[in-house]
Design a protein around this ligand. Structure first.
Ligand code: TPP
Ligand code: MG
Length: 909
């Protein structure tokens, strides 16, 4: 195709390192000022030519300073002309064999297209994407052939966050390399067949030895990439990994940049001087529905955003074939015309062909028409965009890799659906799954692929012999860069969790001292960090609010990570618990960004496979600002097989006092229950938390299970009892009996969780003392886990009708317990309701449905009807309904207990 010509031009320009050309424009009729201006420009040019670009820049800086002193204000400029950042004369020659690389790229394109096309012919509506990869192919191929290292010594190499929708191209490359066999490719998006399939997008959960980063929920990839780059530095500074030249590449869609997550953490890149981070924005000017910025230019907009955030910006807009036009244009009109056009027009140029471009683009100025008069329409149509020109891309990547002191973004202009004939640059390109048979034939002709026409029409995969020159080249390039990518390895984690005996301080109770589960947790965390084996691996993360959780002592103990240390003397330096920032500090204090902190949690929770360092993150945050704010990232964390502990502080709708509606969390357990690998617990006592934490470390890091933990912790202080003998199993499975009624006479069962367990214990006392009703009290640490287990058992029973029935844990735990179950929680009623199928008409749920209020615990618990009095009232009422208690007495008790029977339902207030 047109590539051949570019290749010829590549060769010519490869040898030349043409120097900067001074401007010499003369005009016989010019004003005095115009003449002065010209002389200034010529003088500037002379400096640049004679002394070099650095001196030119210095001169400009000095002039700017002078202007400031003279009181002349200048608008700050965050966009530069709409041309490539790297001028032609600064380019280095392309080091690869472009002929072979072009062929490889064509083969990958073919197979990616054939795979998606074929699958949709076979299974209508199964989906897949072609247009994204078509625009991205060269950007990726230059990376795969020349930049993406698979290894650095014993460590994994560069990390690449791929645009999720480009996965067909990644699979097609792996197919050519022999990593994925034909059967596997034919099972694209068929994951539930007899032979293994390929997941639609990058999902480590589904392809654990292939994909490393889930990126398809847009915005999450780039955000995680920024924090990954910072986490890499953190591990280096703390001596947990060697410093390597490793890079993190994030390929981002231009439409994807509208996600706040994508651009939200840019300033961290600059602040932390993350020169290990490279974004490549694939500016194909289109998203799903149509143009990204039809009425503007996305590249200009992004340049301003990234420059403003302090990034090194490299624009790759025009291909090498435009260089010659620029050189021949002495009027400046070519750039002027480029800067007049908006993206909607640029898209139309690539959709409508060469004659259209000649008329609508060059045709505006006669001088420009003349510039291309020697070119055919076809040649004009195939004038390249920078993101399809390997030489331009190579130079940009090289600069990015060599750049020191901060992150780089490459803004590469491409064409969506590039090379797909009538699908190219159409608004509907993104949705295109099938290609017309004729277009398939056109494709093989254009790329000169030796595929018989009938096979092309049938969309058959094509793989040359492994000893074909392009195959040998492809393998050799990867070998030279350390092996295949993407790839995910999981070495055996060599970590033994501390034994429960070492937790004696917390399983033994607080000896009457009133403490909160949060305090208990922080004290355990501090001890973990002192442990000679696991101490260094602990990564505490807070998005501000560390003080809310009592982290001051931990800050003093291990310091906050600050890549440049503490450059100031903190005002509280003389105090016992002063604010301590250290180069090798252990705590990641993220500031007020739950999304950023979650990204750090993700980096640390996958350290075991990304760095072969099994870091153990504890992310402590305001429970209300968890899943409902960054739930998609938590989902992606699970997909990435993340491990660690989400510690949700200030939990509970009535335990968090004062703050009110937007702060009081009464539902996060419900939300966390949706993530299959998340175990959620709502402990009431510190010993319960100790048992859960110990087991968590064992399961995740000793046994290697890909699960993580959600644990609510509260700020209510009360005496923590000693752990009852043999309670461990119940704590972990979700329920154990805490306090039985006298002499086995209990007629009702009271369930409590979190601090509401104390209300339940008080209710037990009132019930027996005032109403002569004996009850048993149970601590329920996890309704979610009880339900999961019961569902599993039930499923087994359903599938094995001839076998003896198995009993769910909740049923066997209550086998001897008599009477109704009254469950009270600081979470919504739906949490205990999850056990309804196994408790049938026995269950009465009391929970905190409805919007929160600012008040104290007493008032809040009365309002939500989860205080001891409400538990008593509910128990008597249920017993009355069951005919076990006098109904009139039950009604009278309501008044005695101060339960207002006629007020509105808090669930609707
Ligand atoms: C959070 C999220 N929202 C929506 C989508 C659906 N979606 C998939 S691709 C796409 C358009 C992508 O446009 P762009 O980022 O420009 O990438 P391109 O395919 O053009 O390279 C959309 C909206 C998604 N995957 N993730
Ligand atoms: Mg796009």
């Amino acid at each position: 195709m047109d590539d051949e010509e570019t290749e010829a031009r590549d060769r010519v320009s490869a040898g030349s390192n043409q120097k900067f050309m001074a401007t010499k424009v003369s005009n016989p009729v010019e004003s005095d000022f115009a003449q002065q201006l010209r002389e200034w420009i010529e003088a500037f040019d002379d400096v640049v030519v004679a002394e070099g670009p650095e001196q030119g820049a210095e001169l400009l800086t000095a002039l700017k300073q002078r202007a400031r002193e003279a009181g002349i204000s200048q608008p700050s400029q965050l966009t530069t002309p709409y041309v490539n950042t790297i001028p032609k004369h600064e380019e280095v020659p392309y080091p690869g064999d472009r002929k072979l690389e072009r062929r490889i790229e064509a083969l990958i394109r073919w197979n990616a297209m054939a795979m998606v096309h074929g699958q949709n012919k076979k299974d209508h509506g199964i989906g897949g994407h072609i247009a994204t990869y078509s625009s991205l192919a060269t950007l990726l191929e230059v990376g795969f052939n020349h930049f993406f290292h698979a290894k650095y010594g014993d460590q994994p190499g560069d990390f690449v966050y791929f645009q999720g929708h480009a996965s067909p191209g990644i699979y097609a490359r792996a197919f050519l390399l022999g990593r994925l066999d034909e059967q596997r490719i034919l099972n694209f998006r068929h994951e539930l067949r007899d032979t293994p399939g390929l997941s639609s997008y990058p999902h480590p959960w589904l392809m654990p030895d292939f994909w490393r980063f889930p990126t398809v929920s847009m915005g999450i990839g780039p955000l995680n990439a920024v924090y990954q780059a910072r986490f890499m530095r953190y591990l280096e500074h703390r001596g947990l990994i060697e410093k390597t030249p490793r890079k993190i590449w994030a390929f981002v869609g231009d439409g994807e940049t509208d996600e706040v997550d994508t651009l939200g953490a840019l300033s961290l890149g600059r602040r932390e001087k993350l020169d290990n981070l490279i974004f490549v924005v694939n500016c194909n000017l289109q998203r799903l529905d149509g143009p990204v910025r039809g009425n503007g230019r996305i590249i200009d907009e992004l340049e301003a955003v990234f420059l403003g955030a302090g990034w090194n910006v490299i624009k790759v807009i025009w291909g090498s074939d435009w260089d010659e036009l620029f050189e021949r244009d002495h009027t400046g009109l070519l750039l002027k015309r480029m800067e007049e056009c908006v993206d909607g027009e640029y898209q139309a140029f690539k959709a409508k062909g060469g004659a259209y471009i000649r008329k609508e683009f060059f045709g505006k100025y006669p001088e420009l028409l003349k510039l291309v008069e020697h070119m055919t329409d076809d040649e004009i149509f195939h004038l390249h965009r920078g993101g399809h020109d390997a030489r331009k891309i190579y130079n940009a990547y090289k600069r990015a890799v060599e750049h020191k002191g901060g992150p780089t973004v490459i803004l590469a202009k491409t064409v969506k659906g590039y090379g797909l004939g009538s699908t190219q640059a159409r608004n509907a390109s993104h949705q295109e799954k099938k290609v017309a048979d004729d277009a398939l034939v056109d494709f093989i002709r254009r790329y000169e692929l030796p595929i018989p026409e009938a096979d092309a029409r049938a969309g058959k995969l094509y793989q040359p012999a492994q000893d074909a020159p392009e195959m040998v080249y492809m393998q050799a390039r990867r070998e030279g860069l350390g092996g295949y990518m993407p790839r995910r390895d999981v070495p055996k984690i060599d970590l033994i969790a501390p034994k429960l005996e070492t937790f004696a301080e917390w399983t033994g109770g607080s000896k009457g001292r009133a403490v909160s589960t949060t305090m208990g947790f922080v004290s355990m965390l501090r001890t973990f960090m002192k442990d000679p084996k696991i101490g260094k691996l602990i990564v505490p993360i807070v998005p501000d609010e560390g003080r809310t959780f009592g982290l001051e002592s931990a800050i003093k103990q291990v310091g906050i990570y600050a890549s440049e240390g503490q450059k100031y003397k903190p005002h509280d330096v003389d105090m016992l618990l002063s604010y301590r920032e250290e180069k090798d500090g252990q705590i990641l204090e993220e500031g007020i960004t739950e999304a950023g902190a979650m990204a750090s949690f993700t980096a640390a929770g996958t350290g075991y496979s990304n760095y072969f360092v099994p870091t153990i993150p504890f992310y402590m945050y305001y429970s209300m600002f968890g899943f409902q704010r960054v739930g998609d990232m938590m989902w992606a964390f699970a997909d990435a097989r993340g491990k660690g502990f989400l510690m949700a502080g200030t939990a509970g709708r009535t335990t968090m006092t004062g703050e009110g509606l937007q702060h009081q969390d009464g539902h996060s357990h419900l939300l966390m229950s949706v993530i299959p690998t998340c175990l959620s617990y709502d402990p009431a006592y510190v010993y319960e938390m100790a048992v859960i934490l110990q087991d968590g470390m064992k399961r995740m890091y000793e046994k290697g299970e890909d699960v993580f933990y959600y644990i609510t912790m509260y700020n209510e202080d009360y005496a923590m009892p000693e752990m009852p003998k043999g309670a461990e199993e119940g704590i972990l499975r979700g329920i154990y009996q805490l306090k039985a009624g006298a002499n086995g006479k209990a007629v009702a069962q009271l369930f409590g969780s979190g601090p509401i367990l104390n209300e339940v214990l008080r209710a037990q006392q009132i019930l027996v003392e005032k109403y002569g009703v004996e009850t048993d009290v149970w601590s329920v640490t996890s309704y979610n886990e009880l339900r999961r287990e019961a569902l599993g058992v039930e499923r087994w029973n359903r599938l094995h009708p001839t076998e003896p029935e198995k009993t769910p844990y909740i049923v066997s735990a209550l086998s001897k317990a008599r009477g109704p179950v009254i469950a009270a929680t600081d979470y919504m009623k739906a949490i205990p309701d999850q056990l309804s199928p196994w408790l049938t008409s026995r269950l009465v749920s009391l929970g905190t449905d409805g919007f929160g209020r600012s008040d104290n615990r007493e008032q809040l618990r009365r309002h939500f009807e989860v205080n001891a009095e409400s538990v008593v009232a509910a128990t008597l009422s249920k017993l009355a309904r069951d005919g076990k208690f006098d109904a009139k007495k039950a009604q009278k008790a309501m008044a005695e207990l101060g339960v207002d029977t006629e007020r509105g339902d808090p669930a609707h207030m």
